[in-house]
Design a protein around this ligand. Structure first.
Ligand code: IPM
Ligand code: MG
Length: 367
């Protein structure tokens, strides 16, 4: 199996290095073969090659069985007038690889309930997954441009969805709900937006295929509130691209830090073992303020590696082992700076990675 690592910018190289070590250790322990390849994307690729997503990187992604990405972007490339931006790498990969469904699980570790700004009693038992549409909506709709209008400068973006895009996302979300607690909330803004009204209409059609799943429509503004007040009530949350982007940053606070949330982006394309050829990445950004200082939390990248093993390679035991190893390391009291708590030892990115690597052997079933 071939994994393409795209370290990207900022803390991306540091966290993907640790995730790769964890994958290598799993391959040894669980007896499967892994080959790694890397390519440059994002700001690093703009600097080296003049474009954020060089054709070679995209081709390598298409040839791989799964892609592990760190993060892209940084102040160096942030000029709002620039035509070439690191984020285009990410959007290009998602679009070109057809990764329309982005799974973002949020399940706070019991050890970290105090690391969240929310009360532990609100967080206990939270176990939800946001299924975010990833290749449509306002991120990709045309026209998207800046121009001169009668009142001066103006700019516009277009939120557009067709029924096919909505139906496939809803089917993914319903299928996941069926394997979980059988509850699905579809989030939209149907009281204002036409695209949301079509979203809701199609969601209701797809719902008929899944009669055993309890379904509700929730307006996005209300969901922003429910996520803080009663997050335990949600199982699967399906939503369009921009709403999902915003709600998952909010939901990361339930887990205590953005540095803890992994994600999997899946589409229809399959790999050598007949499973989705996914892209796995932490939901956090490149954190330029702490880049290169060995301060980043590698757990989101490491947990993304677990999702990679589960969804793209079918290595469920190894994936589970990573998740248990992470929980064990947290119970031992190791913390990176973002989740530092009184009485715990603050460690760097590499030391955290080493702790997870070392914890794996003990949690391998039969060990
Ligand atoms: C995310 C990020 C990206 C997004 C950015 C970096 C383009 O915020 O993956 O959530 O908006 O999708
Ligand atoms: Mg985001």
């Amino acid at each position: 199996m071939r994994v393409l690592v795209l370290p990207g910018d900022g803390i991306g190289p540091e966290v993907t290095t640790q995730a790769r070590r964890v994958l290598e250790r799993c391959a040894e322990l669980f007896g499967f073969a892994l080959e790694f390849d890397t390519a440059v994307v994002g700001g690093a690729a703009i600097d080296q090659l003049g474009e954020p997503l060089p054709a070679a990187a995209l081709e390598a992604a298409k040839q791989s069985d799964a892609v592990l990405l760190g993060a892209v972007g940084g102040p160096k490339w942030d000029d709002p007038r620039a035509n070439v931006r690191p984020e285009q790498a990410l959007l290009g990969l998602r679009k070109e690889l057809g990764l329309f469904a982005n799974l973002r699980p949020v399940k706070p570790f019991p050890e970290l309930l105090d690391a969240s700004p929310l009360k532990p009693e609100v967080l206990r038992g939270v176990d939800l997954v946001v299924v975010r549409e990833l290749t449509g909506g306002i991120y990709f709709g045309k026209p998207s441009e800046r121009r001169n209008g009668p009142s001066g400068r103006e700019a516009l973006d277009t939120m557009v969805y067709n029924e096919h895009e909505i139906a496939r996302l809803m089917r993914t979300a319903f299928t996941l709900a069926q394997q979980r607690r059988k509850r699905l909330a579809s989030v939209d803004k149907a009281n204002v937006l036409s695209s949301s009204r079509l979203w809701r209409e199609v969601a209701h059609e797809v719902r008929r295929e899944f009669p055993e799943v309890a379904y509700e429509d929730v307006l996005v503004d209300a969901m922003a509130m429910h996520l803080l007040r009663r997050p335990r009530d949600f199982d699967v949350i399906a939503t369009e691209n921009l709403f999902g982007d915003i709600l998952t940053d909010e939901a990361s606070m339930l887990a205590g830090s953005m540095g803890l949330l992994p994600s999997a982006s899946l589409g229809e394309a399959t790999n050598r073992v007949g499973l989705p050829r996914g892209l796995y990445e932490p939901i956090h950004g490149s954190a330029p303020d702490i880049a290169g200082q060995d301060k980043a939390n590698p757990l989101a990248a490491i947990l993304s590696a677990a999702m990679l093993l589960r969804h793209s390679f079918g290595q469920n035991e190894a994936a589970r082992a990573i998740e248990i190893a992470v929980a064990n390391v947290l119970s031992q009291g190791l913390r990176t700076g973002d989740i530092a708590q009184p009485g715990c030892s603050v460690v760097g990115c590499e030391e955290m990675g080493t702790a997870v690597v070392d914890a794996l052997a003990a949690v391998k079933p039969g060990a």
